[in-house]
Design a protein around this ligand. Sequence first.
Ligand SMILES: [Fe+2]
Ligand SMILES: [Fe+2]
Length: 205
Amino acid sequence: MSAITLEACITPSRSAVKPLAATKGSKPKRQLKGDPDLPDYVAPEPKTNMDRREWDRMSSRMEGFHSYFRLAFKQLFELSDGSFEKRGLSVRDFMGVAEDFHEHLGFHHGIEERHIFPVLAKRMPQFAVEHQEEHNAIHEGMDKLQALIAKYRADPSSYSPDEFRANLASWGPTLFYHLNEEVESLKPDVLRRYWTLDEVRKLPM
Ligand SMILES: [Fe+2]
Ligand SMILES: [Fe+2]
């Protein structure tokens, strides 16, 4: 029985995240707080339900994706003690479940980094720096998960619940932190400090 608890894997924490400056060898271009480049602007409060829905669109769509990832991660943890066998899954089948999760999360981050972050980062430093740093830390953990999946596929008898859960515990807290904070950064009250309603309508999501 593994000693690693679900709690240890999903309690949000940013402590494993390395600053972008350290990973890229250069300083982030924008300050996080009191950035003189930011327009001194707050868009007016939405007046109609239609406007409100428009302002809510980014955070509520993102939350839809993220609630799936939270569930899938927890399911992976729960099955990983070997109880996948009780569900009729072999080690290789379970690696298929892990691979699906890995692929969906990687795809989601890929879309964000190619199509969403670059647009938002023009005005929102949290998408140029903090959320990118979180992605980088999550990807390190995902790369190690991928290596474990390959190892257990090649030799199912090497499957170790402890080793698998240690991997989840190494990046799960960062993932859960990021899944919350990215949505927070897209909430209407935050967006209103950077964009007009017309601009928000055109933001990709
Ligand atoms: Fe996301
Ligand atoms: Fe993300």
